[in-house]
Design a protein. Structure first.
Ligand code: DSN
Length: 423
């Protein structure tokens, strides 16, 4: 068959874009060759609805082994009793958890999207806010979570589920405190660790498995696997208030979650992606992954202190993880303008709402920056100082495209020195 030039030329163009640019989107990363090979393997041909040993199709003996290996590696990596590796994404993982645990109209308490939360934690435009009755907690003026306030809201509103986890929060989470709050009202505590899961697997951040009833994550952010999702339970238990599946006898949470993924909300699992997840989990079990995760945090901390030296307003003034939020109001630039002009210099970030933002989500007052991808390319603290200089030079020349083009030339030359995946 003739090569599909249209598509493969585009893939090559994207490859060049990734090589030449500075990738600072906090939720992105670059995977190893082995992860890519698994995603592009013959496993994409196989239908395997069901679970290992209980499939609805023949010929699943080998994918059963693949999926079991992925599950076993994830259990070891996160120290948990139950894992489902089939969710196609973090959003699908959250949808399955809610399907397993809640009835339509039940109240959920999540972290406000405009303060750093996620669409699937109750946003009115998402299934989670459409099907369930969502209420929110946010950040205080200093840009930190206020656990007393979360407790007050929970005691007053009595949600059935409390969701912790964020897309743009630079501190760690006090899962123990949140579990105490959940226990006071008999709520389930769900931790969505999509962003920091690689740092948690590396034991550099608090461990949600000890305190949260259920954990969801994506596999492609700090965990550096293929795009996908996963659900975990530290210690299996009976769901105390599930009505839909009850039929006289309470079922274990693992049984409910499996049913909620398939057949509840998904069809055939993507076994090629599950194989790639298994590869990524093996890589994350290697001590070199811990070194990588430490460097992700060190790089983020360096960037924060460099931005502060240049008078940028970093939300909450620090980071403990892989990302930072810059409130650009003091620099008189909005998030969209900053995203666009940085992109013109081949530096990719995303505009982001900052706490108490006065702009719309389409404009925003800030940008979010993350270090997982540049750290995979081997950039260290000194390199991160240089990246902050590039960013500052572009943002101080928003109206001088000639200068932005010069910086872009320097950015491209600088980045071409780095491999895409430094072991
Ligand atoms: N879109 C992801 C992020 O950028 O954080 C979350 O789903």
């Amino acid at each position: 068959m003739n090569l599909d030039k249209e598509i493969f030329n585009l893939i090559e163009k994207e490859n060049t874009r990734q090589i030449n640019g500075v990738e600072l989107i906090a939720s992105e990363n670059f995977v190893s060759e082995q992860v890519k090979q698994a995603v592009g393997s013959c496993l994409t041909n196989k239908y395997a609805e069901g679970y290992p040993g209980k499939r609805y199709y023949g010929g699943c003996e080998i994918v059963d082994e693949v999926e079991t290996l992925a599950i076993d590696r994830a259990k070891k990596l996160f120290g948990v009793e139950y894992v489902n590796v089939q969710p196609h994404s973090g959003s699908q993982a959250n949808a399955a958890v809610m399907l397993a645990c809640l009835n339509a109209g039940d109240k959920i308490l999540g972290f406000d999207l405009s303060h750093g939360g996620h669409l699937t934690h109750g946003s009115p435009v998402n299934f989670s806010g459409i099907l369930y009755n969502a209420i929110f907690y946010g950040l205080n003026k200093e840009g930190n979570l206020d656990y007393d306030n979360i407790e007050n809201i929970a005691l007053k509103e009595k949600p059935k589920m409390i969701i912790c986890g964020a897309s743009a929060y630079t501190k760690d989470w006090d899962y123990e405190r949140l579990r105490n709050i959940a226990d006071k009202i008999g709520a389930l505590l769900l931790a969505d660790i999509s962003h920091p899961s690689g740092l948690i697997a590396s034991k550099l951040l608090n461990d949600p498995a000890k305190f949260c009833h259920i954990i969801t994550t994506t596999t492609h952010k700090t965990l550096r696997g293929p795009r996908g999702g996963m659900i975990m339970v530290g210690k299996d238990f009976e769901n105390p208030f599930n009505q839909k599946f009850k039929s006289g006898k309470l079922k274990s949470m693992s049984t409910l979650l499996n049913s909620a993924v398939f057949p509840g909300s998904q069809g055939g699992p993507l076994e090629h992606v599950i194989a790639a997840k298994a590869v990524a989990f093996k890589e994350a079990l290697d001590s070199r992954f811990v070194d990588y995760s430490k460097q992700v945090i060190a790089n983020a901390k360096t960037m924060v202190s460099e931005f502060i030296k240049l008078d940028y307003n970093v939300v909450s003034g620090e980071t403990m993880n892989h990302c930072m939020l810059i409130d650009l109001r003091s620099k008189n630039i909005n998030g969209k303008t900053a995203e666009d002009i940085l992109q013109a210099g081949d530096i990719t970030v995303n505009k982001n709402m900052v706490p108490f933002d006065t702009e719309s989500p389409f404009i925003t007052s800030g940008i979010r920056i993350g270090t997982p991808a540049i750290t995979t390319r081997g950039l260290n603290e000194n390199n991160c100082k240089k990246i902050v200089q590039f960013i500052d030079e572009i943002l101080t020349n928003v109206n001088n495209l000639d200068r932005v083009n010069e910086v872009k030339f320097d950015v491209n030359n600088y980045m071409r020195k780095f491999p895409m995946f430094k072991v």
